[in-house]
Write a protein that binds this ligand. Sequence first.
Ligand SMILES: *Cc1c(COP(=O)(O)O)cnc(C)c1O
Length: 362
Amino acid sequence: MSFPPIRPELAGIEPYGAPQLPLDVAPVQLNVNENPYGPSPACIADIATAAAEAAVTLNRYPDREFTALRAALADYLSKDAPVTPDMVWAANGSNEVMLQLLQAFGGPGRTVLSFAPTYSMYPEYARDTHTEWVAGTREDDFSLDLDKARALVDEIRPSVVLLPSPNNPTGTALPPVAVGLLCEAVGDNGIVVVDEAYGEFRRAGVPSALESLATHRNLVVTRTMSKAFAGAGLRLGYLAAHPAITDAIRVVRLPYHLSAVTQAVALAALRHAPELLDKVDDLRAERDRTVDWLREQGHEVADSDANYVLFGGFADRHAVWQGLLDRGVLIREVGPDGWLRVSIGTAAEMDAFKNALTEVTA
Ligand SMILES: *Cc1c(COP(=O)(O)O)cnc(C)c1O
């Protein structure tokens, strides 16, 4: 036996994660879909006060049901569809929310179904919860063929269907008809999780899966404060679902999993929601300009409802990625072979990206 005596299927596996490079190596960081705009001075001050207030009672465990935060999140989601606090659950990032979903609804003898290309963390939740992972495939334009999707659900009988909308890394949103069809095909045998980490960036007229909650009791919609809310460092993800589903997650959560500081800071940030989300429209416009520009340059570009763009047609994508990095621009080598993903930054950062790409592909 080699040391350490880790589970055999984990031996030698590299931990997941995009390269985190220092700013002097890569001053333009467009690789993990962060919001390039930080909180305002007023928001920072409110967060500092909230953290200081939480510190006064740090000798006590926090409210394990995070009652005030659930109410604030329900209130925020209710601009898309009616959501009550008992439909809301939160954890340290939506990655933890989804892991908890697999802990409660996956497990040995059960299967989680997704459609590739998709978020590279999903197979890891499956592995870590001993759930079988099955990935169908998307069409050439990265949409789902609904007949094929239904046939696969009928064949696999998944306990969990896990789909990002907009999809990462392609930016493709899932139409409501697809959400409804999958929920019906899965029925009471499982849950359908629509991961709306980038939901706030969707183009005008593209609905949120939140609108389907009232008609499908097996639907779960996850969101995060990491992207549109400019709170990646906060680690706060959440979901909306039928109260029986949120209730079931309470069985697998660790005691007091959301710290008092996290709860207080998330509440303070939510009080500034309009101003934090203020930059979302600018980022959407910058995204659309980036799509147009890349197409003008003759690249293949996937339509995007997110704050990133997948573009391709490269015989050697690693050389392009490296060429950009040599010019101080860090993007992500992810997705099908020949494609790269760039996150949308400030106008100045996108200019740096465009100049570097022009040089590299000249
Ligand atoms: C970024 C991202 C998340 C959010 O992760 P957090 O843990 O909330 O930071 C979830 N799903 C997808 C597909 C993502 O790209």
